[in-house]
Every structure is written in structure tokens, then in C-alpha cells.
Write a protein that binds this ligand. Structure first.
Ligand code: GLY
Length: 393
């Protein structure tokens, strides 16, 4: 396998402003066109043979569909998108009120791009109420002993006593709740979790663990392990991308200087393991010449992280990361984005949800398909390039 050199990466073309607009126009049009197929419901987490089926408001991914609707609404102002966003927030309020499928740390993924976004855009009381209830629920997964938010499974069980890198994106819900309510507990939980997570998931070479276990009785750090990566010592591409974006968001809310260095290291590791076309394989272990599926969602997530972090860096550094993000988005818009609704009812092809290997513990689904977060973060990255965007996170 081989990866692109830094010099070659810098020679790649950046997406131009007109191309950003065209790609965003196209994505918004596809989302609007796909609305009737999901009315009253939500797409499932990933497509099958390029097409999402309609499902209910379950799983950790439905908030991304509402997020796509809000981004399309911001871009076009179309009333049908506003109506759909409002209707979906009602569904999220019902879900958290009934506590349906909310035993997970993924409440931030669910409620930030749907209800926090809807509140920020429309001042919706429904969105505000639902998001605050979700934030409260999320704090219930915090373990005082290990100072972390437990990712999956029943609380406190030995086999589930771990955090995962993805959770960095669940924390903005808590920071938002702290700002809205003035209750410091939300911020304290988020600050402690970030500190614990970043102390353990980042390895010496700035590759990252997907998950990290703590001692069930004492809360002491125990060991790293992958779930969705290829093997324990490798770097799962999307996990590394969650790290890039999670560090940028962590810096935004804490202004902790150490997170800048960690961001630089984690991002450099990601960039030095990209193949020639800049869209990573599902695990950074793989490069050109490997017969493995891609995870295009990791490119969009990392681009969002670089664009967010560039707000806090000096001009030269900011331009460097913005330039890289523009190169990743050029690659995605040209070769991965859906342009014809007959091909797919998603937005970005060639993503991977969960690829089983002989060395990991995950199930096998959504491989080389579209997925809702891949579609959402693609639109978010384009929106960030198109205008000064008030983020949903
Ligand atoms: N947060 C779950 C995933 O990235 O697959």
C-alpha cells in the first residue's frame, strides 16, 4: 500500500467558490427531492445498493437527516424544508419524552443537528425543549469514578465500561445546554470527558484508539481497543476524523492550548495516510494498491474539523488547513458526490459504516454505501466554505 506525499497533496487543486456553490445547490436540490420519500419518517442509517429505505426515528443517525434538511433550508429558504424540519423536531421531542432508543451517548449526534439547529434557526420551543431533555439524559451516562461518558450499553457493566472517540461530537450538546440554562454541571461533565478522552485515545504517534476501557471497580484507565477499525493498533479512518473535528470543537469550547498541538498531530496523521485521490480507505492502515472500501464520510468530517479550527489559528496556519479542506472537498464533489437521483437517494457514495475484519468486534453493514452522517458532513463542509456559518454544534 502507499499514501500520498505531502508535496503531492499540496499540488492538488482546491475547490473554487463557484464549484462550492454548484455542489451545495445540487445537494440541496437532492435533499428537497428526497423529502417526499421519507415524509413522516427518516432514512435508515445507510443505503443499500445506493438507496436509503424509509424508517422510524431510531438509531444514532436520524439527526443527520434533519441536519441536511436544515442546511438545505438555510441555502434555499424553501418552505417545504422548513415544514419538514419542524415536523422532525416534533418527532425528536416525542422520542426523548418517551425515552425511546436513547440509552446511548449519541444524544449529541441526534439532537445537535436536529433540535439545537432548529432552535438556532427558528427559535423553536420544541427544539429547545427536546435538546435540553437530551442533554440532561446524556449527563446521566457520566461516570464520576473514571470521569467519562459511557458510550454504549447498560450503565456500569464491566464489558461496557468504556468511552469512544466519536463522543467528542456529542459534547457540544452539553456546552449548548450550559449556555442556555446557566447550569455549570453540563460544562463540567463535558470538560472532564474531553480531558479523559484526549488523555487516553491519542497514541504517541498521534494515531488514535477507537475505544478505551476503564477499570470497572476503580475507574482507572485500562486499555485501548478497536471496534470498527481494522485491528487494535491501527487507526480507524472515521475515528481519526472524529478526533480532528472533536479537537477543534474541544478547543472552541475550552480554549485549552494543548488541544491545538493535539489537533495538529492527529490531523497530520490523517493527512499522511490518505491515498492519491484524498479520500481515505475505511482504515488508515490501507492505501493505494489495497483492495479495500473507502470511507468518504471521514474526508468530510475531517474537512469540517479543519475549517472549524482555522478560525482560531494565525493566518498562515488557517490558510493551510482551509486549503487542505478545499482539496478534500474538490475530490469529494468531483468523484464521490451523487449528481443523478437515479443513481442514489443519498449525497455521497463510497462510505463505510461498519466493516467486519478478522481482528475487530463490529458487525458488517453499510460497506461502500452512502450513510446519513457522510451526507450531512459533506453539506456542512460545503456550507462552511460557502458562507460564515453559525454552527449547529
Ligand atoms: N459514531 C458511530 C460511527 O461513527 O460509526
Amino acid at each position: 500500500m502507499s499514501w500520498i506525499g505531502h508535496g503531492e497533496l499540496m499540488e492538488k487543486a482546491e475547490i473554487l467558490p463557484q464549484e462550492v456553490k454548484e455542489a451545495l445547490d445540487q445537494a440541496a436540490e437532492l435533499v428537497t427531492g428526497n423529502l417526499p420519500g421519507f415524509r413522516g419518517g427518516f432514512p435508515k442509517a445507510y443505503s443499500e445498493n445506493g438507496f436509503y429505505e424509509a424508517g422510524e426515528n431510531v438509531d444514532w443517525t436520524t439527526g443527520f437527516w434533519t441536519g441536511e434538511v436544515w442546511l438545505a433550508y438555510e441555502h434555499t429558504g424553501k418552505m417545504e424544508l422548513l415544514q419538514a424540519g419542524k415536523q422532525q423536531m416534533e418527532s425528536f421531542l416525542q422520542r426523548i419524552t418517551e425515552k425511546r432508543d436513547v440509552e446511548t451517548h449519541d444524544l449529541g449526534f441526534l439532537y445537535s443537528p436536529s433540535c439545537v439547529a432548529g432552535y438556532k434557526l427558528t427559535k423553536s420551543d420544541v427544539g429547545h425543549k427536546a435538546a435540553l431533555m437530551a442533554a440532561k439524559e446524556l449527563t446521566g451516562r457520566f461516570h464520576e469514578k473514571g470521569e467519562f461518558i459511557q458510550a454504549w450499553g447498560p450503565l456500569g457493566t464491566r464489558e461496557n465500561y468504556r468511552l469512544i472517540i466519536d463522543c467528542l461530537l456529542n459534547l457540544p450538546l452539553l456546552y449548548w445546554a450550559a449556555e442556555e440554562t446557566g447550569e455549570e454541571r453540563y460544562r463540567q461533565v463535558a470538560d472532564k470527558h474531553i480531558h479523559t478522552a484526549l488523555s487516553h485515545v491519542i497514541r504517541e504517534d498521534f494515531s488514535t484508539w477507537h475505544t478505551f476501557f476503564f477499570d470497572w471497580e476503580t475507574g482507572a484507565p485500562d486499555h485501548g481497543a478497536t471496534c470498527q477499525g481494522y485491528r487494535d493498533g491501527s487507526a480507524w479512518s472515521r475515528g481519526q476524523a472524529w478526533g480532528v473535528y472533536g479537537l477543534a470543537i474541544g478547543y472552541r469550547y475550552t480554549r485549552c492550548q494543548e488541544y491545538i498541538k493535539a489537533f495538529e498531530g492527529v490531523t497530520a496523521y490523517f493527512l499522511s495516510h490518505l491515498p492519491e485521490d484524498l479520500v481515505p480507505f475505511w482504515d488508515l492502515e490501507f492505501g493505494d494498491g489495497d483492495d479495500q472500501p473507502r470511507d468518504s464520510s471521514a474526508a468530510s468530517i475531517a474537512a469540517c474539523g479543519m475549517l472549524e479550527m482555522s478560525k482560531y489559528l494565525d493566518r498562515a496556519q488557517a490558510e493551510y488547513y482551509q486549503g487542505i479542506a478545499k482539496r478534500l472537498m474538490k475530490a469529494l464533489t468531483e468523484k464521490y458526490a451523487v449528481k443523478d437521483p437515479a443513481v442514489s437517494n443519498g449525497l455521497v457514495l463510497h462510505s463505510t459504516y461498519s466493516n467486519h475484519s478478522p481482528f475487530n468486534t463490529c458487525n458488517h453493514y453499510g460497506v461502500d454505501e452512502c450513510n446519513l452522517w457522510g451526507d450531512y458532513f459533506y453539506m456542512e463542509a460545503l456550507t462552511r466554505l460557502y458562507k460564515d456559518w453559525q454552527m449547529y454544534w
